[in-house]
Every structure is written in structure tokens, then in C-alpha cells.
Design a binder for this molecule. Structure first.
Ligand code: ZN
Length: 239
């Protein structure tokens, strides 16, 4: 790793495609920073309405459940900031001007020092929402920082200091999360509707196995950074 542990920022904003993506991608780092006084915010691009293997699932009910789960997950991380839902249909997220307008608006309004997002350049990434949410984070920052983008928003431009991309194709930054693994797990477990489809946890034994997979991944990451446990990112600081 090139760098490890940013100074704790005053405000951070994590941009995820679906409820639960932020917790997988950077939950432990958010928990660490929240405990140190950072204001953490979530911006969830889609409504999560396809997050079920049950063909008979009531999608409107699922959307409401997943929003509540996302708020609970934010609280489990120690978050006291906003949890914003853009509400685009799950699986149909585009990274067009309309969506960029919204992300730029929230970056300007919440004024994060650090923005987190999916790495849109990760090779062989299958899910289009993850690619497009990644581009919305990068393109939203460009629009948010320059005054000639979307002047009708009537919100002052804002330039974050750093962008950290999770699931990075070429990670070059680590955050040591040794002390907050349980908080990441608690936040992931707030997404109970995803136990079957995403976490493959249909009973307590399988849930334990899921927890162990998360711990193992963080430990693997840590070995690459010379730490007991870490989350890894591509860091872009020249914004
Ligand atoms: Zn997702």
C-alpha cells in the first residue's frame, strides 16, 4: 500500500448503489471515523427493489424495509448524518446528467471532506448499478466543485479533499480497522432482508460463516498493508 490511514475528516459521504453496499465497501472505516467525531452520511442511488430471490416479493414493501435497514445500519456504524435515498429503480441506474445533478447537489449540500464510492473501473465488474454508482461519485464530484455546473441549484460549489473507491481494481490506500470489525458486522447484519440472497445466511450457523468470511477478508487486506485488519481503497486526492 502506498498510504495508510487518512487524518479523520470532519465529514464523509459514502455513495452506494444499493442499501448494504456502503457497509460492505467502507463500513469499518466509517465506524472508525464516526467514533472519532466525523459526521458520516449515506447516499443510496437505487431503491433496492430487486434485492430478493422470492418472485412473489412485494417490491414496495421491500423498498420500505431496506430503507429502514439502511438507517439502522448507519446508526450501527455510529452515524448521525443524513441517509439519502435517490430512489432510482434497482438494476436500472444510469450515470446520466439527471443522476449526476442529484449527486452533485448532495455533495454541495453535505460538504464532505472525503467521498467514498464503488470503483467504476474495476475489471469484469458485472452489476451495472455498481459501475454507474461509481461513475456518479466521480462525475458528481467534478460537477459539485465547479461553479458553472448546475448553477440553478443555488448551493455553493464544494471540492472534497479525497475520493476513496472500494472494491478497487488497483488499491493503493488502507484504513486500519482492527478495532471496529464488530461495528462493521453489526451494520451488515442490520440488512436482514439480504441474509438469504447476499450473505447466504439462512440460519445462525451460516450467519457465523458469513461473519468469518468478512473477518477473513479484512485480515487478508490487513496483510497487504502490514496491519491486523484493513479496508482497501483506490485513493484519488487530486480533486
Ligand atoms: Zn449493490
Amino acid at each position: 500500500m502506498v498510504t495508510c490511514n487518512l487524518d479523520v475528516p470532519a465529514r464523509a459521504l459514502a455513495v452506494g448503489a444499493h442499501p448494504d453496499d456502503v457497509e460492505f465497501g467502507c463500513g469499518a472505516t466509517l465506524a472508525k471515523w464516526a467514533a472519532a467525531g466525523c459526521e458520516i452520511h449515506h447516499l443510496i442511488c437505487t431503491d433496492g427493489s430487486k434485492g430478493s430471490w422470492d418472485p412473489a416479493e412485494d417490491q414496495a414493501r421491500l423498498v420500505a424495509v431496506r430503507q429502514e435497514e439502511q438507517r439502522n445500519a448507519s446508526r450501527a456504524l455510529g452515524g448521525k448524518g443524513e441517509v439519502v435515498f435517490l430512489g432510482w429503480p434497482d438494476g436500472e441506474l444510469e450515470s446520466g446528467l439527471r443522476q449526476r445533478w442529484e449527486v452533485a447537489y448532495w455533495i454541495r449540500t453535505l460538504q464532505p471532506d472525503v467521498v467514498f464510492g464503488h470503483d467504476p473501473w474495476r475489471r469484469y465488474r458485472l452489476h451495472p448499478d455498481h459501475r454507474n454508482a461509481g461513475f456518479l461519485a466521480t462525475d458528481g464530484i467534478v460537477a459539485a466543485r465547479d461553479p458553472h455546473f448546475f448553477p440553478e441549484q443555488n448551493v455553493a460549489p464544494h471540492r472534497p479533499k479525497a475520493l476513496l473507491l472500494w472494491e478497487a481494481d488497483e488499491p493503493d490506500h488502507a484504513e486500519d480497522v482492527t478495532a471496529v470489525i464488530d461495528r462493521k458486522l453489526a451494520a451488515l447484519e442490520a440488512h436482514q432482508s439480504q441474509f438469504e440472497s447476499t450473505m447466504k445466511a439462512r440460519d445462525e450457523g451460516q450467519l457465523d460463516a458469513f461473519r468469518q468470511r468478512v473477518r477473513d477478508r479484512l485480515a487478508d487486506n490487513g496483510r497487504r498493508a502490514g496491519r491486523p485488519a484493513a479496508e482497501l481503497f483506490k485513493r484519488i486526492s487530486d480533486l
